[in-house]
Design a protein around this ligand. Sequence first.
Ligand SMILES: [Mn+2]
Length: 161
Amino acid sequence: MKIGIVSDSHGGYQYLDTMLACKEAKNVKLWLFAGDIAMDADYLAMVTDKEVIRVAGNNDWPGGRLPDYETVDIAGHTILLTHGHLFGVNFGLNNLQQAALDVGADIAVYGHTHVAVEEMKGDVLILNPGSISRPRDASNGSFMVMDLQPDKSPCVKLIRI
Ligand SMILES: [Mn+2]
């Protein structure tokens, strides 16, 4: 099952449109949105007609409209989805790795830093799709498509728009 991962669009709807025009986005069955900002996740759900599992970023509206993290069970894998600021991701991934282990997740997805990451940390695959609209690691924004199959390692592709 192909899962799209996107984060930190910060109101840049046109970048989501560019993302959706990429061939890699065509077969995505489910989107994970790692925060910043919530209205963009609403837009993504509207234009794709796919489920978008989403969490709050540090720039999202206060008041608890979105959860700070979600745990998602798909194809024999468990994903912890969170924006990352609550786990201090600017200073390392240890807290995020531990949070994933605490909920039995083998994959942790975060955003916030606007820098794409694919890293095995112990038994946890840690992913950051980067920012689709305001990248800090390249001139073009990025997203990921992850193919998840039971009893197989995730196959992750980083796509620059
Ligand atoms: Mn953020």
